[in-house]
Design a protein around this ligand. Structure first.
Ligand code: GLA
Length: 385
């Protein structure tokens, strides 16, 4: 991490010819449980991970916004007065989209100075670990500081989500930015996506002798196109037909009635969301009452529900989950939006290397590309470094 901060300082100087006024960073996240529940006003239980986006920021005397990064060979420039979602393209839509979204949440963009930003990140892209939310959250906390906006973290999460929805064009929920902004070391963020109330929940993985392993299948996905928006539309249709504001209001006991009212596909989409909300609540209670070793079945059930009812898994994710389950994991599931990305496995520390070998073997046997398997730890959320 300190290496990346030094690198960012050096690259900032090289790019802009001055020292940054400060360094800020924000983590990616992994979702322990609660998938596709956030935009249904439901519950999620993600945690911030020890992979971060780091940025250097310097204020300017004029109104230019300039952004550069370690992952694209270009310097993007825009005048603050021209900032609008229509003028934003490619990777720079993430940082500049946040500057625009702050204006929508009360910042007086006519009165603030321009900035130079250089960004680097070790959050893998396209793995379902929210590399985009990490950029958004790092930029949001940095601009909140230097523009003296005094917005709270809940609002900054909404800012990041607005940037993602309008500047990037992905119709995603509030989970990723919330995790990146509210995360705490060794803890998960239990978020009620309707009220945006959150609670920090002890994970206790280390005390229980467990590690959380990510298996990044390398199958890349984008939520700006395709299946994600379709699933969201099915959920909205289900809510409309059941005459509720959101699927949050439907409980497991309402499912028999829902089955009579909905076509098979819509019913299964609804059943996933409803049972997944319940699994989040059960996971929180189980963590508190019985500890991390007791949540495995809930993780497994979540995966089944995504594979069979929500239909967002792919063969590589199913193979990763099955292989983990057969090689010591106490629970495993795909994580994130689906259609690619990563699976997680909660596994005793002593079984991690055996799992890595088994995963490599299984993927080779099926002719799939080599996945990247690594341990993540729950880390602190975004802030000034
Ligand atoms: C993506 C979105 C989140 C959430 C998950 C699915 O990560 O960005 O808002 O909807 O998918 O749980």
């Amino acid at each position: 991490m300190s290496d990346m901060r030094d690198e960012v300082r050096a690259r900032f100087f090289e790019t802009f010819g001055s020292e940054p006024g400060g360094i800020w960073s924000a983590p990616g996240r992994v979702n322990l449980i609660g998938e596709h529940t956030d935009y249904n006003d439901g519950f999620v239980l993600p945690f911030a991970i020890d992979r971060r986006t780091v940025l250097g920021l310097g204020l300017r005397e004029d109104r230019m916004l300039r952004v550069a990064s370690a992952f694209a060979d270009e310097l993007v420039e825009l005048d603050l007065s021209d900032l609008s979602p229509n003028n934003l393209h490619g990777w720079s839509a993430y940082p500049l989209g946040v500057a625009w979204a702050l204006g929508e949440h009360g910042a007086d963009l006519a009165a603030v100075p321009g900035f130079d930003i250089f960004i680097d990140s070790d959050v893998p892209v396209g793995a379902g670990l929210s590399s985009s939310a990490a950029i958004e959250s790092a930029v949001a906390v940095a601009l909140n500081d230097v523009w003296h906006l005094n917005l709270d973290r809940r609002t900054l999460a909404l800012v990041g989500q607005l940037a993602e929805n309008k500047a990037v064009g992905a119709p995603t929920g509030i989970m990723d930015q919330s995790a990146s902004l509210l995360g705490r070391a060794d803890c998960a963020v239990f978020l009620d996506c309707r009220s945006l109330d959150s609670e920090i929940i002890d994970l206790g993985f280390t005390a229980a002798g467990l590690e959380l392993v990510i298996i990044d299948t390398g199958v890349s996905h984008s939520h700006a196109t395709g299946g994600y928006a379709e699933r969201r539309a099915s959920c909205e249709l289900g809510a409309r037909l059941l005459e509720v504001e959101s699927l949050r209001e439907v409980t497991v006991t309402d499912l028999p009635r829902a089955r009579n009212l909905l076509d098979d596909v819509t019913f299964r989409r609804v059943r996933h969301v409803v049972t997944e909300n319940q699994r989040v609540l059960d996971t929180v209670r189980t963590l508190r009452e019985h500890g991390a070793r007791a949540i495995g079945d809930l993780l497994d059930a979540s995966h089944r529900s995504m594979r069979e009812d929500f239909e967002i898994s792919v063969s590589e994710l199913d193979l990763a989950v099955e292989t983990a389950q057969m090689n010591g994991a106490i629970g495993a599931r795909m994580t994130g939006g689906g259609f690619g990305g990563a699976a997680i496995a909660l596994i005793p520390s002593e079984d991690v290397s055996r799992l890595q070998v088994a995963i490599d073997g299984a993927f080779a046997e099926h002719g799939f590309g080599q996945p990247d398997t690594f341990v993540v730890r729950a880390a602190d959320g975004a802030g000034r470094d």
